[in-house]
Design a protein around this ligand. Structure first.
Ligand SMILES: [Zn+2]
Length: 401
C-alpha cells in the first residue's frame, strides 16, 4: 500500500479526512473481457485505501493513480442487456422528457460510451444527440429521423455544441478533480441558464448505510454521497433541482441548472460522519462472515454459481474465491459479449444462463438483488430449480451453503 501524505478532499479541498477501509491487490480494471483464465489471472492489480471527508461526506480512494487506468477496446460495462436496468433508463428518459420538454431538442452526453442512452433519446424524439467519448471515433449516424453525432474527445468547452440538456452518467466517479468537469459544463452553457444537467453516479451513501461493500473497485476513484454530490454542484456554481437515490439505492441521480446554489441541500450531515466511524468494523465483520461461509461450502464440496459478471461479482470473487480450488464453478451473465470470457483476477468462466442446464449448481449467489425478478424468470424458463442467495452487505450469508 503506497503511503499517503497529508490528504485533502478531492471535492471540497478540506483536510478533515479519515481512513475507512483498505482493499489489497484488487484488479485495476474489472470489466475488461479476458479470453483465457490464465490471462485473466495476470491482470494488473492495485490497492484501494478508502477515506472519507468529514467536511462534505465524500468517500474516495486516497492512493488512486489515474495513470494506471487504460481502457482497451475489449472494455465492456454496458448494463443495457438487463431488462431491469433498461426499464430504469426508460423511466429516467421519461422523466427528463416530461420535466424539460426535450421533444425536438438537442442533448449532449459527456462520456457516452457506445451511445446507448443517446440512441434511446433519439428514438424517443430528440432531434440531435451529441456524445463526447474519447474511446470511439468521431462520426454521425441517423436514428429514426434524428441525428446522433460522436465527438472523439473528452468534454472541451471550446467544442461544446448548443444543448438543451447535458447528461453525464457514470463519469464523475472516475475523475481526479470531478468539480472541474462541472465547472467546464457551467462555463460552456452559462449563457443559457435554463439548460438542465443530469448526473448519474454510484451511491456512496448506500455503500456506507447498507454495506454495499462489493461495489468498491479500483476504476472508481470516488463514491459520492448525497451531501458530497450537493457540495460539488454548489462549488461548480450550479443550482440543485433534485438529488435522490435510484435503482434500489445503488445509484444517485441529480438534476441541476446554472445559477446560484440552493441552500436546502446541506454541506454534510452527522449521519455521514457516524457511518465513517462504524464502517470499518461493519465491513470487516461482513467480509469475515462471507469468507467463513465460502470456506464451509468449499469443504463440503458444494458447487456454486454466481449471477452477475460485472464489477460487483468480480470484487466479491477477488475477495473470497481467488486462491486455491474455486467453489464458484461458473459466473452467469446475460450480456452475450461476456459469454466465454473470464473474470479479471480470478479466471472464473462467464457463461450464459442456458449453460446451467448441463450442470445445475447447488445454489446461485445473486450479486444484485435488483435483478431478482428477472433472474427467477430466467431460471423458471430454463426449468432450473436451485436456491438463489442474494448477496447484499446488510444481509448475512445464509446458515448453510
Ligand atoms: Zn470534502
Amino acid at each position: 500500500m503506497p503511503s499517503r501524505s497529508q490528504l485533502f478532499c478531492i471535492v471540497c479541498g478540506g483536510a478533515d479526512v479519515v481512513g475507512l477501509i483498505q482493499l489489497i491487490s484488487v484488479p485495476v480494471i474489472c470489466t475488461q473481457l479476458w479470453r483465457s483464465a490464465s490471462e485473466a489471472r495476470k491482470v494488473a492489480r492495485a490497492d484501494i485505501d478508502l477515506v472519507g471527508c468529514r467536511g462534505c461526506g465524500h468517500v474516495f480512494n486516497a492512493v488512486f493513480d489515474p495513470a494506471r487506468i487504460t481502457y482497451e477496446a475489449n472494455y465492456e460495462n454496458s448494463l443495457m442487456a438487463s431488462p431491469r436496468y433498461r426499464q430504469f433508463t426508460d423511466a429516467i428518459i421519461e422523466r427528463l422528457f416530461a420535466a424539460y420538454d426535450l421533444k425536438g431538442r438537442t442533448v449532449v452526453e459527456i462520456g457516452c460510451g457506445r451511445g446507448e442512452f443517446l440512441h434511446i433519446l433519439c428514438q424517443r424524439g430528440i432531434r440531435t444527440g451529441i456524445g463526447f467519448e474519447p474511446s470511439r471515433p468521431s462520426e454521425t449516424v441517423s436514428v429514426d429521423g434524428a441525428m446522433m453525432r460522436f465527438i472523439s474527445s473528452v468534454f472541451d468547452p471550446a467544442l461544446a455544441p448548443h444543448a438543451d440538456a447535458v447528461c453525464t452518467r457514470h463519469v464523475l466517479e472516475h475523475l481526479p478533480r470531478p468539480v472541474d468537469l462541472l465547472r467546464a459544463i457551467r462555463k460552456a452553457y452559462a449563457s443559457c441558464p435554463a439548460q438542465v444537467l443530469f448526473i448519474e453516479v454510484p451511491n456512496g451513501g448506500f455503500m456506507l448505510d447498507q454495506l454495499g461493500i462489493w461495489e468498491f473497485l479500483y476504476e472508481e476513484l470516488s463514491y459520492f454521497t448525497p451531501s458530497s454530490l450537493a457540495n460539488m454542484l454548489r462549488l461548480a456554481g450550479l443550482s440543485i433541482e433534485r438529488i435522490e437515490p435510484a435503482f434500489g439505492g445503488y445509484l444517485l441521480i441529480a438534476e441541476a441548472i446554472c445559477g446560484p446554489h440552493d441552500a436546502r441541500h446541506p454541506a454534510s450531515s452527522p449521519a455521514v460522519a457516524e457511518n465513517f466511524h462504524t464502517f470499518g468494523a461493519r465491513y470487516t465483520a461482513t467480509v469475515t462472515a462471507w469468507r467463513e461461509w465460502m470456506d464451509l461450502a468449499r469443504r463440503q464440496g458444494k458447487r456454486l454459481a454466481l449471477w452477475g459478471g460485472g464489477s460487483k461479482g468480480i470484487t466479491f470473487l477477488n475477495l473470497l474465491d481467488r486462491n486455491g480450488q474455486h467453489v464458484v464453478q461458473h459466473v452467469i451473465d446475460i450480456n452475450p459479449l461476456k459469454t466465454g470470457t473470464f473474470t479479471a483476477g480470478t479466471g472464473h468462466q462467464i457463461v450464459p444462463p442456458a449453460a446451467l442446464k448441463d450442470s445445475p449448481p447447488d445454489a446461485i449467489l445473486l450479486m444484485n438483488p435488483e435483478y431478482e425478478t428477472e433472474v427467477r424468470r430466467a431460471l423458471r424458463d430454463l426449468n432450473i430449480a436451485v436456491q438463489l442467495i442474494p448477496v447484499s452487505g446488510y444481509l448475512p450469508p445464509p446458515a448453510t451453503a
